[in-house]
Design a protein around this ligand. Structure first.
Ligand code: BG6
Length: 463
Protein backbone atom coordinates (compact mmCIF):
# COMPACT_ATOMS: atom_id res chain seq x y z
CA UNK A 1 0.00 0.00 0.00
CA UNK A 2 1.27 3.47 -0.84
CA UNK A 3 1.42 6.03 1.96
CA UNK A 4 2.31 9.70 1.58
CA UNK A 5 6.01 10.38 2.01
CA UNK A 6 6.46 13.52 4.08
CA UNK A 7 7.90 16.80 2.74
CA UNK A 8 6.83 16.30 -0.84
CA UNK A 9 4.27 18.19 -2.85
CA UNK A 10 1.05 16.40 -3.51
CA UNK A 11 -1.71 16.95 -5.99
CA UNK A 12 -4.99 15.70 -7.17
CA UNK A 13 -5.07 15.93 -10.95
CA UNK A 14 -8.57 15.89 -12.37
CA UNK A 15 -8.90 14.70 -15.96
CA UNK A 16 -12.19 16.25 -16.98
CA UNK A 17 -11.37 19.35 -14.95
CA UNK A 18 -13.86 21.56 -16.78
CA UNK A 19 -16.69 19.03 -16.64
CA UNK A 20 -19.92 19.18 -14.74
CA UNK A 21 -18.85 16.65 -12.11
CA UNK A 22 -15.75 18.66 -11.28
CA UNK A 23 -17.59 21.94 -10.90
CA UNK A 24 -20.62 20.56 -9.08
CA UNK A 25 -19.06 17.92 -6.87
CA UNK A 26 -15.28 17.58 -6.86
CA UNK A 27 -14.16 21.19 -6.41
CA UNK A 28 -16.85 21.88 -3.77
CA UNK A 29 -15.76 18.67 -1.97
CA UNK A 30 -12.15 19.88 -2.03
CA UNK A 31 -13.25 23.30 -0.77
CA UNK A 32 -15.09 21.69 2.13
CA UNK A 33 -12.04 19.60 3.01
CA UNK A 34 -9.94 22.76 2.84
CA UNK A 35 -12.31 24.61 5.20
CA UNK A 36 -12.20 21.65 7.57
CA UNK A 37 -8.40 21.75 7.51
CA UNK A 38 -8.21 18.28 6.05
CA UNK A 39 -5.94 19.19 3.15
CA UNK A 40 -2.21 19.25 3.74
CA UNK A 41 -0.58 22.63 3.20
CA UNK A 42 1.25 21.50 0.10
CA UNK A 43 -1.74 19.86 -1.56
CA UNK A 44 -2.54 21.25 -5.02
CA UNK A 45 -5.51 20.78 -7.30
CA UNK A 46 -4.75 20.47 -10.99
CA UNK A 47 -7.73 20.76 -13.32
CA UNK A 48 -7.04 19.43 -16.79
CA UNK A 49 -9.18 20.44 -19.74
CA UNK A 50 -9.03 21.25 -23.44
CA UNK A 51 -10.47 24.71 -23.12
CA UNK A 52 -8.29 27.70 -23.48
CA UNK A 53 -8.53 28.95 -19.90
CA UNK A 54 -5.89 30.53 -17.75
CA UNK A 55 -5.79 29.44 -14.13
CA UNK A 56 -7.38 32.79 -13.29
CA UNK A 57 -10.32 32.12 -15.66
CA UNK A 58 -10.72 28.65 -14.22
CA UNK A 59 -10.70 29.87 -10.64
CA UNK A 60 -13.36 32.45 -11.43
CA UNK A 61 -15.60 29.80 -13.00
CA UNK A 62 -15.04 27.57 -9.97
CA UNK A 63 -15.92 30.48 -7.68
CA UNK A 64 -19.39 30.73 -9.22
CA UNK A 65 -20.04 27.01 -8.71
CA UNK A 66 -18.69 27.08 -5.20
CA UNK A 67 -21.11 29.78 -4.17
CA UNK A 68 -23.94 27.47 -5.13
CA UNK A 69 -22.60 24.03 -4.32
CA UNK A 70 -20.24 24.08 -1.36
CA UNK A 71 -21.59 22.66 1.88
CA UNK A 72 -19.33 24.85 3.96
CA UNK A 73 -20.03 28.56 3.92
CA UNK A 74 -18.61 30.37 0.91
CA UNK A 75 -16.69 33.55 1.65
CA UNK A 76 -14.47 35.44 -0.78
CA UNK A 77 -11.63 35.35 1.70
CA UNK A 78 -11.71 31.60 2.26
CA UNK A 79 -12.20 30.86 -1.40
CA UNK A 80 -9.26 33.09 -2.37
CA UNK A 81 -7.02 31.11 0.00
CA UNK A 82 -8.36 27.85 -1.37
CA UNK A 83 -7.85 29.07 -4.93
CA UNK A 84 -4.12 29.50 -4.35
CA UNK A 85 -3.95 25.71 -4.63
CA UNK A 86 -5.76 25.47 -7.96
CA UNK A 87 -3.90 25.26 -11.26
CA UNK A 88 -5.49 24.84 -14.67
CA UNK A 89 -3.51 22.84 -17.19
CA UNK A 90 -4.68 22.84 -20.78
CA UNK A 91 -3.99 19.68 -22.74
CA UNK A 92 -5.48 17.18 -25.13
CA UNK A 93 -5.64 14.09 -22.97
CA UNK A 94 -6.02 11.78 -25.96
CA UNK A 95 -2.57 12.79 -27.26
CA UNK A 96 0.10 10.65 -25.60
CA UNK A 97 2.89 13.12 -26.31
CA UNK A 98 1.10 15.82 -24.33
CA UNK A 99 1.95 13.90 -21.17
CA UNK A 100 5.59 14.86 -21.50
CA UNK A 101 4.45 18.47 -21.01
CA UNK A 102 2.44 17.36 -18.02
CA UNK A 103 5.47 15.63 -16.55
CA UNK A 104 7.53 18.78 -17.04
CA UNK A 105 4.82 20.82 -15.34
CA UNK A 106 4.84 18.43 -12.36
CA UNK A 107 8.61 18.90 -12.17
CA UNK A 108 8.28 22.68 -12.16
CA UNK A 109 5.65 22.55 -9.45
CA UNK A 110 7.66 19.96 -7.54
CA UNK A 111 4.66 17.64 -7.38
CA UNK A 112 5.78 14.12 -6.70
CA UNK A 113 2.79 12.45 -5.09
CA UNK A 114 -0.35 12.06 -7.07
CA UNK A 115 -3.98 11.21 -6.96
CA UNK A 116 -5.31 11.07 -10.49
CA UNK A 117 -9.05 11.44 -10.89
CA UNK A 118 -10.53 10.05 -14.09
CA UNK A 119 -13.65 12.20 -14.38
CA UNK A 120 -13.89 11.46 -18.09
CA UNK A 121 -15.74 9.00 -20.34
CA UNK A 122 -14.48 5.38 -20.04
CA UNK A 123 -13.17 5.60 -23.61
CA UNK A 124 -10.54 8.02 -22.26
CA UNK A 125 -9.29 5.72 -19.48
CA UNK A 126 -6.86 3.89 -21.76
CA UNK A 127 -5.29 6.94 -23.47
CA UNK A 128 -4.85 8.67 -20.11
CA UNK A 129 -3.27 5.60 -18.53
CA UNK A 130 -0.95 5.15 -21.53
CA UNK A 131 0.15 8.77 -21.31
CA UNK A 132 0.80 8.61 -17.58
CA UNK A 133 2.62 5.31 -17.89
CA UNK A 134 4.88 6.64 -20.62
CA UNK A 135 5.83 9.95 -19.04
CA UNK A 136 4.71 10.23 -15.44
CA UNK A 137 5.55 6.88 -13.94
CA UNK A 138 8.35 7.72 -11.54
CA UNK A 139 6.11 9.01 -8.75
CA UNK A 140 3.67 7.70 -6.18
CA UNK A 141 0.20 7.55 -7.63
CA UNK A 142 -3.31 6.50 -6.82
CA UNK A 143 -6.19 6.72 -9.20
CA UNK A 144 -9.85 7.38 -8.57
CA UNK A 145 -12.11 6.11 -11.30
CA UNK A 146 -15.64 7.25 -11.95
CA UNK A 147 -18.37 4.91 -12.99
CA UNK A 148 -19.38 3.47 -15.33
CA UNK A 149 -16.29 1.31 -15.36
CA UNK A 150 -16.56 0.15 -18.94
CA UNK A 151 -19.60 -0.46 -21.08
CA UNK A 152 -19.87 -4.17 -20.33
CA UNK A 153 -17.87 -6.88 -18.59
CA UNK A 154 -15.54 -7.48 -21.53
CA UNK A 155 -14.70 -3.86 -21.90
CA UNK A 156 -14.35 -3.40 -18.12
CA UNK A 157 -11.83 -6.27 -18.05
CA UNK A 158 -9.79 -4.61 -20.78
CA UNK A 159 -9.73 -1.38 -18.79
CA UNK A 160 -8.78 -3.23 -15.64
CA UNK A 161 -5.84 -4.90 -17.41
CA UNK A 162 -4.69 -1.59 -18.76
CA UNK A 163 -4.85 0.10 -15.36
CA UNK A 164 -2.94 -2.82 -13.85
CA UNK A 165 -0.01 -1.99 -16.15
CA UNK A 166 0.48 1.23 -14.22
CA UNK A 167 -1.37 1.07 -10.89
CA UNK A 168 -1.33 -1.66 -8.26
CA UNK A 169 -4.78 -2.97 -7.21
CA UNK A 170 -4.29 -1.14 -3.89
CA UNK A 171 -3.85 2.13 -5.73
CA UNK A 172 -7.06 1.87 -7.74
CA UNK A 173 -10.10 3.45 -6.10
CA UNK A 174 -13.38 2.75 -7.93
CA UNK A 175 -15.70 5.45 -6.70
CA UNK A 176 -19.42 4.90 -6.25
CA UNK A 177 -20.81 8.00 -4.64
CA UNK A 178 -23.83 6.15 -3.23
CA UNK A 179 -21.44 4.43 -0.84
CA UNK A 180 -20.49 7.87 0.47
CA UNK A 181 -24.06 8.87 1.27
CA UNK A 182 -24.77 9.29 4.95
CA UNK A 183 -27.91 7.16 5.03
CA UNK A 184 -26.39 4.33 3.02
CA UNK A 185 -23.73 4.11 5.70
CA UNK A 186 -26.44 4.33 8.30
CA UNK A 187 -28.08 1.15 6.97
CA UNK A 188 -25.21 -0.79 8.55
CA UNK A 189 -25.54 1.03 11.87
CA UNK A 190 -29.27 0.36 12.00
CA UNK A 191 -29.00 -3.27 10.91
CA UNK A 192 -26.15 -4.40 13.07
CA UNK A 193 -26.53 -2.37 16.26
CA UNK A 194 -30.16 -2.91 17.17
CA UNK A 195 -31.44 -6.13 18.65
CA UNK A 196 -34.89 -5.23 17.31
CA UNK A 197 -33.63 -5.41 13.70
CA UNK A 198 -30.58 -7.65 13.79
CA UNK A 199 -32.43 -10.77 14.86
CA UNK A 200 -35.22 -10.46 12.32
CA UNK A 201 -33.24 -9.42 9.26
CA UNK A 202 -34.00 -12.54 7.27
CA UNK A 203 -36.56 -14.48 5.28
CA UNK A 204 -38.50 -15.59 8.37
CA UNK A 205 -39.53 -12.06 9.20
CA UNK A 206 -39.02 -9.95 6.09
CA UNK A 207 -41.61 -10.09 3.35
CA UNK A 208 -39.85 -7.97 0.73
CA UNK A 209 -37.52 -5.03 0.23
CA UNK A 210 -37.93 -2.09 -2.12
CA UNK A 211 -35.09 0.15 -3.21
CA UNK A 212 -36.08 3.22 -5.18
CA UNK A 213 -33.90 5.98 -6.61
CA UNK A 214 -36.30 8.34 -8.35
CA UNK A 215 -34.97 11.41 -10.09
CA UNK A 216 -36.98 14.36 -11.30
CA UNK A 217 -34.28 15.55 -13.70
CA UNK A 218 -33.98 14.26 -17.25
CA UNK A 219 -30.91 13.49 -19.25
CA UNK A 220 -29.78 17.15 -19.10
CA UNK A 221 -26.39 17.82 -20.72
CA UNK A 222 -25.19 14.20 -20.64
CA UNK A 223 -27.09 12.81 -23.61
CA UNK A 224 -23.93 11.63 -25.39
CA UNK A 225 -23.04 9.34 -22.52
CA UNK A 226 -26.52 8.49 -21.27
CA UNK A 227 -28.03 7.45 -24.57
CA UNK A 228 -25.36 4.75 -24.88
CA UNK A 229 -25.74 3.68 -21.30
CA UNK A 230 -29.35 3.79 -20.06
CA UNK A 231 -30.70 3.50 -16.54
CA UNK A 232 -29.63 -0.12 -15.97
CA UNK A 233 -25.95 0.51 -16.61
CA UNK A 234 -26.01 4.05 -15.24
CA UNK A 235 -27.70 3.35 -11.91
CA UNK A 236 -28.33 -0.36 -11.29
CA UNK A 237 -24.98 -1.93 -12.21
CA UNK A 238 -23.26 0.23 -9.64
CA UNK A 239 -25.26 2.36 -7.17
CA UNK A 240 -28.33 0.22 -6.63
CA UNK A 241 -26.58 -3.14 -6.53
CA UNK A 242 -24.15 -1.65 -4.03
CA UNK A 243 -27.06 -0.47 -1.89
CA UNK A 244 -28.72 -3.86 -2.18
CA UNK A 245 -25.52 -5.58 -1.11
CA UNK A 246 -25.34 -3.42 2.02
CA UNK A 247 -28.97 -4.11 2.89
CA UNK A 248 -28.58 -7.85 2.44
CA UNK A 249 -24.95 -8.84 3.18
CA UNK A 250 -23.84 -10.77 6.24
CA UNK A 251 -22.43 -8.66 9.06
CA UNK A 252 -18.80 -7.82 8.33
CA UNK A 253 -16.26 -8.57 11.00
CA UNK A 254 -13.21 -6.31 11.01
CA UNK A 255 -12.66 -5.22 7.46
CA UNK A 256 -14.50 -7.98 5.63
CA UNK A 257 -17.12 -5.67 4.16
CA UNK A 258 -15.93 -6.16 0.57
CA UNK A 259 -15.98 -9.92 0.96
CA UNK A 260 -19.52 -9.83 2.35
CA UNK A 261 -20.71 -7.54 -0.44
CA UNK A 262 -19.02 -9.71 -3.02
CA UNK A 263 -20.59 -12.89 -1.65
CA UNK A 264 -24.00 -11.32 -1.61
CA UNK A 265 -23.70 -10.07 -5.18
CA UNK A 266 -22.48 -13.50 -6.23
CA UNK A 267 -25.67 -15.01 -4.78
CA UNK A 268 -28.01 -12.95 -6.99
CA UNK A 269 -30.14 -15.25 -9.08
CA UNK A 270 -29.92 -14.43 -12.77
CA UNK A 271 -33.29 -13.27 -14.09
CA UNK A 272 -34.72 -16.11 -16.20
CA UNK A 273 -38.06 -14.63 -17.24
CA UNK A 274 -38.38 -11.02 -18.15
CA UNK A 275 -42.15 -11.24 -17.86
CA UNK A 276 -43.14 -10.28 -14.31
CA UNK A 277 -39.55 -9.50 -13.31
CA UNK A 278 -38.25 -6.64 -15.42
CA UNK A 279 -39.86 -3.50 -16.82
CA UNK A 280 -38.10 -0.82 -18.82
CA UNK A 281 -39.41 2.54 -19.88
CA UNK A 282 -38.49 5.76 -21.60
CA UNK A 283 -39.94 9.14 -20.68
CA UNK A 284 -42.10 11.01 -23.14
CA UNK A 285 -40.05 13.64 -24.90
CA UNK A 286 -36.72 11.79 -24.46
CA UNK A 287 -36.32 11.48 -28.24
CA UNK A 288 -36.65 15.25 -28.59
CA UNK A 289 -33.79 15.95 -26.20
CA UNK A 290 -30.55 17.25 -27.74
CA UNK A 291 -28.06 14.63 -28.96
CA UNK A 292 -30.35 11.64 -28.50
CA UNK A 293 -30.32 9.20 -31.41
CA UNK A 294 -33.54 9.25 -33.41
CA UNK A 295 -35.60 6.18 -32.43
CA UNK A 296 -33.29 5.56 -29.47
CA UNK A 297 -34.31 2.49 -27.49
CA UNK A 298 -32.41 3.56 -24.38
CA UNK A 299 -34.29 3.01 -21.14
CA UNK A 300 -34.59 5.96 -18.76
CA UNK A 301 -36.51 3.85 -16.26
CA UNK A 302 -36.02 0.33 -15.00
CA UNK A 303 -37.83 -1.69 -12.35
CA UNK A 304 -36.98 -5.26 -11.48
CA UNK A 305 -37.38 -8.08 -9.05
CA UNK A 306 -34.13 -9.44 -7.73
CA UNK A 307 -33.81 -12.72 -5.85
CA UNK A 308 -30.99 -13.83 -3.63
CA UNK A 309 -30.13 -17.47 -3.51
CA UNK A 310 -28.78 -17.90 0.00
CA UNK A 311 -30.09 -19.16 3.34
CA UNK A 312 -30.85 -15.75 4.73
CA UNK A 313 -32.94 -14.53 1.81
CA UNK A 314 -34.21 -17.41 -0.31
CA UNK A 315 -37.76 -16.50 -1.42
CA UNK A 316 -37.65 -12.82 -0.39
CA UNK A 317 -38.07 -10.51 -3.40
CA UNK A 318 -35.98 -7.35 -3.57
CA UNK A 319 -37.54 -4.78 -5.88
CA UNK A 320 -35.31 -2.16 -7.43
CA UNK A 321 -36.54 0.86 -9.32
CA UNK A 322 -34.90 3.94 -10.78
CA UNK A 323 -35.80 6.47 -13.42
CA UNK A 324 -35.41 9.98 -14.73
CA UNK A 325 -38.15 12.63 -15.12
CA UNK A 326 -40.18 11.06 -12.37
CA UNK A 327 -42.61 13.00 -10.28
CA UNK A 328 -40.29 13.25 -7.34
CA UNK A 329 -36.62 13.15 -6.43
CA UNK A 330 -36.55 10.59 -3.71
CA UNK A 331 -34.34 7.67 -2.75
CA UNK A 332 -35.43 5.21 -0.12
CA UNK A 333 -34.92 1.67 1.10
CA UNK A 334 -38.16 0.16 2.38
CA UNK A 335 -38.20 -3.05 4.36
CA UNK A 336 -41.62 -4.65 4.60
CA UNK A 337 -41.98 -7.19 7.39
CA UNK A 338 -44.25 -10.20 7.31
CA UNK A 339 -47.71 -9.66 8.68
CA UNK A 340 -48.67 -11.09 12.07
CA UNK A 341 -52.25 -12.19 12.77
CA UNK A 342 -53.30 -10.49 9.55
CA UNK A 343 -52.36 -7.09 10.97
CA UNK A 344 -50.82 -4.61 8.52
CA UNK A 345 -47.13 -5.21 7.84
CA UNK A 346 -44.56 -3.26 9.77
CA UNK A 347 -42.41 -1.01 7.61
CA UNK A 348 -38.92 0.26 8.17
CA UNK A 349 -38.01 3.04 5.78
CA UNK A 350 -34.51 4.39 5.38
CA UNK A 351 -34.85 7.77 3.73
CA UNK A 352 -31.69 8.40 1.76
CA UNK A 353 -32.51 11.69 0.00
CA UNK A 354 -33.56 14.43 -0.17
CA UNK A 355 -34.78 13.99 3.41
CA UNK A 356 -32.49 11.81 5.48
CA UNK A 357 -34.15 9.83 8.21
CA UNK A 358 -35.65 6.61 9.50
CA UNK A 359 -39.33 5.82 9.68
CA UNK A 360 -40.92 2.87 11.42
CA UNK A 361 -44.54 1.89 11.13
CA UNK A 362 -46.10 -0.66 13.48
CA UNK A 363 -49.43 -1.62 15.06
CA UNK A 364 -50.80 -0.51 18.41
CA UNK A 365 -54.10 -0.53 20.18
CA UNK A 366 -56.58 2.06 19.11
CA UNK A 367 -57.68 3.93 22.25
CA UNK A 368 -61.17 2.95 23.33
CA UNK A 369 -63.11 0.09 24.79
CA UNK A 370 -62.78 -2.12 21.72
CA UNK A 371 -59.65 -4.07 21.00
CA UNK A 372 -59.04 -2.53 17.58
CA UNK A 373 -55.64 -1.89 16.11
CA UNK A 374 -54.29 1.23 14.53
CA UNK A 375 -51.10 1.79 12.59
CA UNK A 376 -48.73 4.20 14.30
CA UNK A 377 -45.33 5.49 13.33
CA UNK A 378 -42.06 6.82 14.63
CA UNK A 379 -40.38 9.19 12.27
CA UNK A 380 -36.82 10.31 12.88
CA UNK A 381 -35.91 13.12 10.53
CA UNK A 382 -32.16 13.29 10.69
CA UNK A 383 -31.72 16.09 8.18
CA UNK A 384 -34.35 18.28 9.90
CA UNK A 385 -31.81 18.94 12.65
CA UNK A 386 -29.48 21.76 11.68
CA UNK A 387 -26.50 20.32 13.55
CA UNK A 388 -26.89 17.02 11.70
CA UNK A 389 -27.02 18.77 8.36
CA UNK A 390 -23.92 20.80 9.24
CA UNK A 391 -22.02 17.67 10.23
CA UNK A 392 -22.97 15.49 7.29
CA UNK A 393 -20.27 15.45 4.65
CA UNK A 394 -21.27 15.32 1.01
CA UNK A 395 -20.66 11.91 -0.54
CA UNK A 396 -17.70 13.09 -2.64
CA UNK A 397 -16.15 14.91 0.28
CA UNK A 398 -16.26 11.77 2.40
CA UNK A 399 -14.87 9.62 -0.38
CA UNK A 400 -12.04 11.94 -1.43
CA UNK A 401 -10.99 12.23 2.17
CA UNK A 402 -11.09 8.44 2.52
CA UNK A 403 -8.93 7.99 -0.57
CA UNK A 404 -6.37 10.56 0.61
CA UNK A 405 -6.18 8.56 3.86
CA UNK A 406 -5.94 5.21 2.09
CA UNK A 407 -9.24 4.04 3.52
CA UNK A 408 -10.60 1.64 0.93
CA UNK A 409 -13.71 0.47 2.70
CA UNK A 410 -16.01 2.83 0.84
CA UNK A 411 -14.67 2.00 -2.61
CA UNK A 412 -15.84 -0.81 -4.83
CA UNK A 413 -13.41 -3.56 -5.68
CA UNK A 414 -12.81 -5.17 -9.01
CA UNK A 415 -14.42 -8.51 -8.04
CA UNK A 416 -17.64 -6.68 -7.10
CA UNK A 417 -17.59 -4.85 -10.40
CA UNK A 418 -17.24 -8.16 -12.24
CA UNK A 419 -20.22 -9.81 -10.54
CA UNK A 420 -22.39 -6.71 -10.97
CA UNK A 421 -21.55 -6.49 -14.67
CA UNK A 422 -22.26 -10.18 -15.06
CA UNK A 423 -25.69 -9.81 -13.52
CA UNK A 424 -26.57 -6.71 -15.51
CA UNK A 425 -25.25 -8.04 -18.83
CA UNK A 426 -27.40 -11.14 -18.50
CA UNK A 427 -30.41 -9.04 -17.60
CA UNK A 428 -30.01 -6.82 -20.63
CA UNK A 429 -29.48 -9.82 -22.89
CA UNK A 430 -32.66 -11.44 -21.59
CA UNK A 431 -34.60 -8.25 -22.22
CA UNK A 432 -33.32 -8.15 -25.77
CA UNK A 433 -33.84 -11.85 -26.45
CA UNK A 434 -37.40 -11.69 -25.14
CA UNK A 435 -38.04 -8.69 -27.37
CA UNK A 436 -39.61 -7.05 -24.36
CA UNK A 437 -41.27 -3.71 -24.88
CA UNK A 438 -39.83 -0.38 -23.88
CA UNK A 439 -42.81 1.40 -22.33
CA UNK A 440 -43.23 5.12 -22.69
CA UNK A 441 -44.14 6.94 -19.49
CA UNK A 442 -45.32 10.48 -18.93
CA UNK A 443 -42.90 12.94 -17.39
CA UNK A 444 -43.62 13.61 -13.72
CA UNK A 445 -45.03 10.14 -13.22
CA UNK A 446 -43.61 7.19 -11.30
CA UNK A 447 -42.73 5.35 -14.51
CA UNK A 448 -44.76 3.05 -16.72
CA UNK A 449 -47.93 1.47 -15.35
CA UNK A 450 -46.48 -1.98 -16.08
CA UNK A 451 -43.95 -1.47 -13.27
CA UNK A 452 -46.84 -1.51 -10.83
CA UNK A 453 -47.53 -5.10 -11.76
CA UNK A 454 -44.22 -6.11 -10.17
CA UNK A 455 -45.29 -5.01 -6.70
CA UNK A 456 -47.20 -2.33 -4.75
CA UNK A 457 -44.55 0.33 -4.57
CA UNK A 458 -44.80 1.81 -1.11
CA UNK A 459 -43.10 5.09 -1.96
CA UNK A 460 -46.06 5.97 -4.20
CA UNK A 461 -48.57 5.19 -1.48
CA UNK A 462 -49.33 7.16 1.64
CA UNK A 463 -47.45 5.78 4.61
C1 BG6 B 1 -24.89 9.30 -11.38
C2 BG6 B 1 -25.64 8.98 -12.64
O1 BG6 B 1 -23.95 8.32 -11.08
O2 BG6 B 1 -25.83 9.38 -10.31
C3 BG6 B 1 -26.67 10.05 -12.94
O3 BG6 B 1 -24.70 8.89 -13.71
C4 BG6 B 1 -27.58 10.23 -11.76
O4 BG6 B 1 -27.40 9.76 -14.11
C5 BG6 B 1 -26.78 10.41 -10.47
O5 BG6 B 1 -28.35 11.40 -12.00
C6 BG6 B 1 -27.70 10.38 -9.27
O6 BG6 B 1 -26.99 10.73 -8.14
P1 BG6 B 1 -27.73 11.37 -6.88
O7 BG6 B 1 -26.66 11.49 -5.86
O8 BG6 B 1 -28.29 12.68 -7.34
O9 BG6 B 1 -28.81 10.41 -6.51
Amino acid sequence: MIGWVTMTNKAITIFGGSGDLTYRKLLPAMYNLFVLNKLDDNFKIVGIGRRDYTTKDYVEIARGWMKEHSRKKYTDETFDKFAERIIYFKMDISDEEEYSRLQKFYGEENITEHVYYYAVAPSMFIPVTNGLKKYCSENHAKVIIEKPFGENLENASELNDKLAEFFGQDEIFHIDHYLGKEMIQNIMSVRFNNAIFKGIWNKDFIDSVQITAAESVGVETRAGYYDKSGATKDMVQNHLLQVLSIVAMEEPTGNTMHKEQFELLSALKPVENVEGNLVMGQYEGYLDENNIAPNSKTETFVAMKVEIDNDRWRGVPFFIRTGKKMKTRESQVIVKFKSNNDAPSNLLIIKVQPTEGIYLKFNAKKPGTDNDLQEVSMDFCQSCILENRMNTPEAYERLLDACFNNDRMLFSKWDQIVVSWNYVNKLLEKHKEANSPLYTYPQESMGPEEANKLTDWILDLEY
